[in-house]
Design a protein around this ligand. Structure first.
Ligand SMILES: *[C@@H]1O[C@H](CO)[C@@H](O)[C@H](O)[C@H]1NC(C)=O
Ligand SMILES: *[C@@H]1O[C@H](CO)[C@@H](O)[C@H](O)[C@H]1NC(C)=O
Ligand SMILES: [Mn+2]
Length: 520
């Protein structure tokens, strides 16, 4: 079974308090403070050996494989900001201990302007003494974000292959050889070591199931089930085709990475660059794969740096990727974030250089990529209008999917988040709630007038008994009329309803509805 549910990763989430039980009573306050600062149990990390070896979770077959004696060398880049020193050092020790020394050219630590003093002198002194000449430290004089921090590391790297990692990882035995082999065979392959989990509270390592890395239309990453042909093939050690990457670990030919445009330096902080690289490498003639024989364990922190603004940056970066790589499908990204396509309220900067790059590399269409690399994506190209829907009788209120497990649409003060995403499609469906995005997630539901009672319901579109019950006529500033019953969706004032407003289907009284955005 899967150790990791298929779904969003690295999303917001509360602190897991359970792990703190492992720390002693008298210093629990300090432990808690560090936990909140780093998003993992840093005090426990300080007590765990820097040289521990994690369990070997490679598929059995990997252990029998042999590799060429002339593999290219790798430069390993770790990026960090305000990370616990022991966690960074364990990442460094781990890669040095688990990479054949003739293959490891250097380790590059990129400090994105951390505040912690122990990450300055202490770190320098430690690595210069312990690993003289092997570890380079690059320091950003201002905070650039983790995307441009990786690019700083790439500039300094000298080996033919570069691996980029978060600085809270540990390496499995034999991680390097299969990755370097795949890149030596074809330098246009971007290789992702398979990811296992280091529990943030106990630092135990837990194996994750084989997965590819996908994303939603908001361009937020998630683990997905490997492609059917990989599953059918039945070889757990085989590379897994992947549409994009989670981003905490990837290995790439140094020159090729430069040729295809690195990561978009116009993106801020992190989020979206991992998806954009996936689209770009595939559309421009390369490929991306997860390699089950090459494994890295990673801490999913409960708290990230730049946490407060990450939604804004993820949205901004997503729009850059959409505008450059997604052709007509860029509408799906605007829909997913529930923002208009013109004047979206987000300044995504200048993308002209990225568009020129796409021209220069003569890259394929996004449609080609969807069909060949990410067929699990749901396509919403029949959408005519989308966004918040308001009634002239209650203008501060919007149609809302209400509680997720409930089948009632409601009116709720407008906030523009995805529970208030309404889509009206060419065939007359009126759908509410966040885009399901892929076959792995439930899709938004259809508004239904089943002719019984006065309450409109929300149902899975395919479950509606009579298909016409889910069809509506809707024109801007006009009524919303059921094609099945001829009744109208209307607002009724009622003392005992939430906010004094009830959503009903009734004989049309001439109420008008407005929807916010059009697909261009
Ligand atoms: C929508 O996408 C489907 C599947 O790719 C395609 O067959 C259809 O022609 C598209 N429709 C429009 C309006 O672009
Ligand atoms: C819906 O619109 C179509 C096309 O304009 C029209 O023929 C039909 O009568 C309308 N249905 C209702 C119930 O208003
Ligand atoms: Mn990470």
């Amino acid at each position: 079974g899967l150790a990791k549910p298929i779904g969003l990763v690295e999303g917001p989430g509360g602190l897991g308090q359970g792990g703190l039980a492992t720390t002693l009573q008298d210093d629990s306050r300090e432990a808690e403070g560090k936990f909140e600062e780093y998003g993992y149990n840093a005090q426990l990390s300080d007590r765990i050996s820097l040289d521990r070896t994690i369990p070997d979770y490679r598929p059995k077959k990997c252990r029998q494989m042999t590799y060429s004696p002339d593999l290219p060398q790798v430069s390993v880049v770790f990026i960090f900001v305000n990370e616990a020193l022991s966690v960074i050092l364990r990442s460094v020790h781990s890669v040095i201990n688990h990479t054949p020394s003739q293959l490891l050219k250097e380790v590059i630590l990129v400090d994105d302007n951390s505040d912690n003093v122990e990450l300055k002198l202490n770190l320098d002194q430690y690595v210069n003494k312990r690993y003289p000449g092997l570890v380079k430290i690059v320091r950003n004089s201002r905070r650039e974000g983790l995307i441009r921090a990786r690019l700083q590391g790439w500039k300094v790297a000298t080996a033919p292959v570069v691996g980029f990692f978060d600085a809270h990882v540990e390496f499995n035995t034999g991680w390097a050889e299969p990755a370097l082999t795949r890149i030596q065979e074809d330098h246009r392959r971007i290789v992702l070591p398979a990811i296992d989990n280091i529990k943030y509270s106990t630092f135990e390592v837990q194996q994750y199931a084989n997965a590819a890395h996908g994303y939603t239309w908001g361009l937020w990453c998630m683990y997905i089930i490997p492609p059917q042909d990989w599953l059918d093939h039945g070889d757990e050690s085989a590379p897994i085709r992947t549409p994009a990457m989670i981003g905490c670990s990837f290995v790439v030919d140094r020159e090729y990475f430069g040729d295809i445009g690195l990561l978009d330096p116009g993106m801020e902080v992190y989020g979206g660059e991992n998806i954009e690289l996936g689209m770009r490498v595939w559309q421009c003639g390369g490929s991306m794969e997860v390699l089950p024989c090459s494994r890295v364990a990673h801490i999913e922190r409960t708290k990230k740096p730049y946490n407060n603004d990450i939604d804004y940056y993820a949205k901004r970066n997503a729009l850059r990727a959409a505008e450059v790589w997604m052709d007509d499908f860029k509408s799906h990204v605007y829909m997913a974030w529930n923002i208009p396509m013109t004047n979206p309220g987000v300044d995504f900067g200048d993308v002209s250089e990225r568009l020129a790059l796409r021209q220069r590399l003569k890259c394929r269409s996004f449609r080609w990529y969807l069909e060949n690399v990410y067929p699990e994506m749901r396509i919403y190209n029949d959408t005519l209008t989308y966004g918040e829907v308001r009634n002239s009788k209650a203008s501060g209120y919007c149609l809302d999917q209400g509680a997720e497990d409930d089948d009632r649409a409601i009116l709720y003060p407008c906030h523009g988040m995805s529970s208030q995403l309404v889509r009206y499609s060419a065939d007359g469906l009126l759908q509410l709630g966040p885009l399901g995005s892929t076959a792995f997630l439930p899709d938004s539901k259809c508004l239904v007038d089943d002719g019984r009672g006065r309450t409109p319901t929300l149902k899975k579109c395919e479950d509606v008994a009579r298909p016409t019950q889910r069809l509506w006529n809707f024109t801007q500033s006009g009524p919303i009329v059921s094609r099945d019953t001829g009744r109208c969706l209307e607002v009724e004032m009622s003392k005992d309803a939430n906010f004094g407003l009830r959503l009903v289907v009734q004989r049309c009284s001439g109420q008008k509805w407005m929807i916010r955005n059009w697909i261009k």
